[in-house]
Design a protein around this ligand. Structure first.
Ligand code: ADP
Ligand code: MG
Length: 441
């Protein structure tokens, strides 16, 4: 046996020089030389797929190297390990590829809002062994339509392209749950387990839907542990942090928190512009910058809606049989979407602008030092409205916005209008109408 070990090490050494490190690690390293006699050497491999690969690609290499090491021509038998054969019989190696090929790293626009999630995902794809040690699981979280599924599938697509022998499985927590229920009914639990516990990369999208599903959580906990202990990679997405998912078992929260958490935020203006331009280019459209800006300005919350906007413009252009996208066409195409956009953020500037407009005052009069009566009342009203409807209406902040006035002045003015409203119908009406204008946007 000692002799066999020595021979096999030398053969492996030969092969390591002949083929790439990845192929060597995947196909040659797992081979175990189990017996030798005068005529025959038996090699054992863990899976049928290893045997297939060796027979088709590496057999003659192994044969000739063996001959040169031993100066003897052996018959070679490759056998599959009995222990793993059982697993394979119930789990055919093929894992269907359900990834969208469009979701790649190169089609992802990186901005301040998503750079950490992007870098973490790319690092995991490029250096899976490091990731298994340092950032497993990778947990991507953030609002809907911000690119979580895109990034997760980009990792999967990268694996398929660069590590063809690694098994990638993408699913959603809902599909996982559904399959589990099915497996329990059909008594095929073992198949289910084999499917999920023998992959190199498991991608589970939208894990917030595990909420309240106890049986699925239980099963997933064991799946997670099996993979984790075998240094297999797990990537998860969710619309919120693990600790914020309701009815999620503590032990799963703990597991989800134990790797690397990375969030995606809504894109800023520049990123929205870049995403739009990217999209427009990929559709072979020509759209003026002014219109792109208009869209980027109007749709803020989410990338899916940005893409939706481009699609609508495309459809409209088709109907009108034109490639020239005018501002009119864009506005018309987006009318429905724009009306359901969330309200614009209410700022002191917005309030000041509206009050000046309402009283037909020139721009800047309210923040000026002027104290004439035609300006003083509107200014007091504007301060009062700020206090009423701003998200963060501190007196010092309001004072600051009105040309650096003292917070006690603001306090005084707000109190005055507050009592005027009850006694002066004119003031009450002005306040009501201005607030309504602001909220209408
Ligand atoms: P989530 O899973 O976070 O709800 P998705 O990944 O499904 O969001 O993204 C919605 C759409 O927006 C997809 O078509 C995706 O390709 C696109 N998308 C999101 N973020 C980006 C980005 N940074 N660059 C390019 N496309 C993006
Ligand atoms: Mg998604």
């Amino acid at each position: 046996m000692e002799e066999l070990k020595r021979i096999w090490e030398r053969v492996q050494g030969d092969l390591a020089d002949e083929i790439s490190a990845v192929s060597f690690d995947t196909w040659i390293k797992p081979i175990e030389a189990v017996s030798i006699d005068d005529t025959k050497i038996i090699l054992k491999v863990p899976f049928a797929v290893n045997k297939n690969m060796i027979m088709t690609k590496y057999f003659s290499l192994i044969e000739s190297s063996l001959e040169s090491v031993t100066s003897h021509k052996f018959d070679i038998d490759v056998v599959v390990d009995e222990k793993s054969r059982e697993i394979e019989n119930v789990d055919p190696i093929t894992v269907e590829n359900t990834l969208n090929p469009k979701y790649t790293f190169s089609s992802f626009v990186v901005g301040n809002n998503n750079d950490i999630a992007y870098v973490a995902s790319l690092a995991l794809a490029e250096r899976p062994a490091d990731a298994a040690k340092n950032s497993n699981p990778l947990f991507l979280y953030g609002g809907s339509g911000l690119g979580k599924t895109h990034l997760m599938q980009a990792i999967g697509n990268y694996f398929i392209e660069n590590y063809p022998t690694k098994k990638v499985l993408y699913t959603t927590s809902e599909k996982f749950t559904y399959e589990l229920v099915n497996a329990i009914q059909k008594k095929t639990n073992q198949d289910f387990r084999n499917k999920y516990r023998h992959v190199d990369l498991l991608l589970i999208d939208d894990v917030q839907f595990f909420a309240g599903k106890e049986r699925a959580q239980e099963e997933f906990f064991h799946t997670f542990n099996a993979l984790f202990e075998a240094d297999k990679l797990i990537v998860l997405t969710s619309d919120r942090l693990p600790s914020e998912i309701p009815q999620l078992e503590e032990r799963l929260v703990g597991r989800f928190n134990s790797g690397l958490l990375a969030d995606v935020q809504p894109p800023d203006f520049e990123t929205r512009m870049a995403i739009l331009k990217n999209k427009i280019q990929s559709e072979y459209l020509t759209v003026d910058d002014e219109i792109v800006e208009f869209i980027a300005d109007s749709i803020k919350s989410n990338v899916r809606d940005l893409e939706g906007a481009v699609k609508r413009i495309l459809v409209y252009a088709g109907i009108k049989r034109t490639n020239e996208i005018s501002m009119d066409l864009a506005t018309e195409a987006l009318r429905d979407i724009l009306s359901v956009q969330p309200r614009r953020a209410i700022t002191t500037k917005l309030v000041i602008d509206e009050v000046e407009r309402y009283y037909s005052l020139s721009k800047g009069s309210l923040v000026s030092k002027k104290r004439s009566a035609d300006i003083a009342l509107p200014r007091q009203i504007a301060m009062y409205i700020c206090r009423e409807i701003l998200d963060d209406p501190s007196f010092p902040k309001i004072g600051e916005a009105f040309g650096g006035r003292d917070h006690t002045t603001v306090l005084h003015n707000v109190r005055k209008i507050s009592s005027d409203i009850d006694t002066d119908a004119e003031v009450a009406k002005a306040v009501r109408e201005i607030i309504s204008n602001i909220k209408k946007g």
